[in-house]
Design a protein around this ligand. Structure first.
Ligand code: ZN
Ligand code: ZN
Length: 281
């Protein structure tokens, strides 16, 4: 077996319509083993172009194509600068549209399991991606009357100040040597992320990436690792002090109101969807 499941909070083999939702293209490399085995429909929230605006969508599309992975309707059409402006301006409708688009797609494709970014306080797009997923899952579940297993994976555990947490909500997968080699090769070939990949491998060693962790979401819309000021806020303050950025994205002022808006919208939409389902059944 190229991929063995070491532990899981439930039997994962019964799910056959999985989805993978990434805030930025390239996150899928983190769960490459799971992705290549389970072939989830891949959704990308932004194009990952960063400040220079060079989209990473083509690289992720090529990677998905090589592994026979279908693309979701949401596939990086929003640029990074678009989402950053939407955050700073608290453009709720931008995020609510993403929730709606994703939930419709989950319903259309009968998605029964979703894995995506965890909210770690590292990058606001990752944290908002998590809330978009949680909202879409809630609406799709009520619209269909079926449960969608909701899992998250971390992307920042090799950064300074981040700690790993594993418990009985974890599904752990172990890659055999061949699959690990393929994963490392795919990461190396992902040109736009070469520096990040090299830094991660230098910090944790290659073998660290042999085990992949999907953690079951128990509290939707919760921020996993934020106590005090999140990393992105401190990082933004530094950039502003250096004159590189004009404004800082803040949790309380920008990110939290957007998460609250998505949570409120999803709760209301879920009630409507459940009523519509009750009328038709
Ligand atoms: Zn990212
Ligand atoms: Zn774990």
């Amino acid at each position: 077996m190229p991929l063995s499941c070491l532990c899981a909070p439930e039997s994962l083999r019964s799910f056959d319509r999985p989805a993978l939702v990434a805030g930025h293209p390239g996150h899928e490399l983190k769960v490459f083993g799971w992705m290549s085995e389970y072939r989830p429909r891949l959704y990308l929230i932004t194009d990952g172009g960063g400040r220079h605006g060079i989209s990473r969508v083509p690289t992720s599309a090529a990677l998905a194509g090589r592994h026979g992975i279908q693309r979701g309707e949401t596939f990086g059409s929003a640029s990074d600068s678009r989402i950053y402006h939407a955050i700073l301006e608290r453009d709720f409708s931008f995020f609510l549209n993403l929730v709606e688009e994703l939930s419709s797609s989950f319903v259309e494709h009968s998605v029964d399991l979703v894995a995506g970014d965890a909210a770690e306080g590292f990058n606001p797009t990752h944290d908002l991606c998590r809330a978009i997923i949680d909202g879409a899952v809630l609406i799709a579940e009520r619209a269909t009357g079926r449960t969608i297993a909701n899992y998250e994976f971390c992307l920042a555990e090799w950064e300074h100040g981040f700690t790993e947490k594993h418990d009985n909500g974890c599904a752990h997968f172990r890659l055999d040597k061949r699959l690990l080699d393929q994963k490392l090769q795919a990461a190396e070939n992902y040109a736009e992320l070469r520096d990040e990949v090299q830094r991660a491998v230098a910090r944790r060693g290659k073998d660290y990436f042999r085990t992949e962790c999907l953690h079951k979401v128990v509290q939707p819309f919760q921020q996993r690792q934020i106590s005090g000021k999140p990393f992105y806020e401190r990082w933004g303050e530094q950039r502003v002090a250096e004159g590189e950025y004009q404004s800082v994205i803040r949790f309380q002022q920008h990110v939290l109101p957007i998460i609250d808006a998505m949570m409120g919208h999803a709760s209301l939409a879920a009630v409507d969807a459940a009523s519509a389902l009750a009328l038709t059944s």
